[in-house]
Design a protein around this ligand. Structure first.
Ligand code: ZN
Length: 248
């Protein structure tokens, strides 16, 4: 059999935010689909109650991880000035429990990763000045972003709202909610949504898959009550628990 040049499927997970219950459910879902290659788009920590457990799993299972603003804030590389009070409080709590080896890992994360097998660029917020943590909330926001990367695909997280935007060869923008099949010459921005704190009013964990045919968003149910219990037990703000159930 001749060697197939078709790229194997990869899973992209983002914005886990120390939610161990959501992360384990997503990893099981990825494994059940026979996907072994996983990359993380940042924000492993912040908000939730299981930073060390999530970092151990991400380091074990992901081939690569880019830095998120919460990851950097937890190791003092981004200040929390622009964080809302609840987010800043969670960052400071995380700093008190974070294992030293995990802190070192976070402080060494790159801002960008190239996924050559899929001609994709991975970044937490946006490809322009990644350390300024710009947000791509919707396909409309991506118009100018297409000028900021040269790969076929740019994969982001950061907003906790999944979407897929396509720029056709003629420069037309198309929005796809859940999946798209590749068209020759077209380019794509995919926002993988959030594993651990979805904000699109769908409380299920979100992640993305890229294979040789196209891109799709997957949603996964998980033990929300379990994650909420840990947040309250840790003494973190109640709002961080209640928002998980409403997905916002
Ligand atoms: Zn985030």
């Amino acid at each position: 059999m001749p060697h197939s040049p078709a790229a194997t499927a990869v899973a992209l997970i983002s914005d886990i935010h120390s939610n161990l219950e959501a992360l384990t459910a997503v990893l099981a879902h990825i494994e059940a689909q026979g996907i072994a290659e996983i990359y993380c788009l940042g924000d492993v920590v912040g908000y939730g109650a299981s930073p060390n457990e999530c970092l151990a799993l991400v380091r074990q299972r992901c081939r690569g991880t880019v830095a998120g603003n919460h990851d950097w804030a937890c190791v003092g590389l981004t200040d929390t000035e622009r964080f809302n009070p609840t987010a800043a409080l969670a960052v400071h709590w995380t700093q008190t429990v974070l294992a030293k080896e995990h802190a070192q890992y976070l402080s060494r994360l790159p801002l960008l990763l190239q996924l050559e097998s899929h001609n994709a660029l991975l970044v937490h917020g946006a490809p322009r000045e990644p350390q300024s943590w710009q947000y791509l909330y919707s396909p409309d926001d991506t118009m100018s972003a297409f000028g900021d990367f040269s790969e076929r695909i740019c994969a982001v997280g950061h907003t906790h709202t999944p979407f897929i935007a396509e720029r056709s060869t003629e420069g037309r923008m198309l929005a796809h909610a859940l999946q798209v099949k590749f068209t020759d010459g077209a380019r794509y921005v995919v926002n993988a949504g959030s594993v651990g704190q979805p904000r699109d009013r769908d409380p299920r964990a979100s992640y993305a898959i890229i294979d040789s045919e196209g891109i799709r968003i997957e949603r996964v149910e998980y033990d929300i009550a379990g994650a909420q219990g840990r947040i309250l037990e840790a003494g973190l703000p109640e709002a961080l628990s209640s928002r998980l159930a409403s997905g916002r």
